[in-house]
Design a binder for this molecule. Structure first.
Ligand code: FMN
Length: 130
C-alpha cells in the first residue's frame, strides 16, 4: 500500500488527478478524478500493474466538482488501522460486493471520518516522493 501510494501521489500531482484508495485485505477500491485523458492514462497503467488482478471499472462520469480535492492520492489499509478508530460501517463494508453508489458513499464517508489522518499521510507521501 505504501509503495503504491508514494508513486500515486507523485504521478497524480503531476497529472492533476486527485482521489482516494482503500484496501481491506482482499480488495482495493479507488476513486480517480481529474482531466479525462489523464485519468484514462492513469487507469491504463493501473490495469497492467501485477500487484492486483481482476480490475473492474465501477463508475465513470463527468463531474462538476471533485470529491477528494485535497489528496493527489491518499489511502487507508483498513486492516492496519487501530480498530478503536473504526466505526462499524468501516469494518463491515464489502468493497468488492458493493454497488457503485454505495461504494462512492462509503469512500466519501470514511475519508471524512479519517480526514486528519489522511492529511498527515498525504503530506508524508508527497515528501517521500520528492
Ligand atoms: C491498486 C492500485 C492503485 C494505483 N493507483 C495509482 C494512481 O492513482 N496513480 C498512479 O500514477 N499510479 C497508481 N498505481 C501504480 C501504477 O500501477 C503504476 O505502477 C505507476 O503509475 C507507475 O507507472 P509506470 O511504472 O508505468 O511509470 C496504482 C497501482 C495499484 C495496484
Amino acid at each position: 500500500m505504501e509503495d503504491i501510494l508514494v508513486v500515486s501521489a507523485r504521478c497524480n500531482r503531476r497529472d492533476a488527478i486527485t482521489g482516494v484508495l482503500l484496501a481491506d485485505g482482499n480488495s482495493f477500491a479507488q476513486v480517480l478524478e481529474g482531466p479525462a485523458l489523464a485519468v484514462v492514462a492513469c487507469y491504463e497503467r493501473i490495469l497492467v500493474d501485477p500487484r492486483h488482478q481482476d480490475a473492474r471499472l465501477r463508475f465513470l462520469a463527468s463531474i462538476d466538482a471533485r470529491s477528494f480535492p485535497r489528496w493527489s492520492m491518499c489511502g487507508l489499509s483498513l486492516s492496519q488501522l487501530d480498530d478503536s478508530l473504526l466505526q462499524p460501517p468501516d469494518i463491515a463494508f464489502d468493497l468488492y460486493a458493493a454497488d457503485a453508489g454505495a461504494l462512492l458513499q462509503h469512500l466519501s464517508g470514511i475519508s471524512l471520518r479519517h480526514a486528519r489522518r489522511l492529511d498527515t499521510l498525504h503530506e508524508r507521501l508527497l515528501a517521500s516522493a520528492c
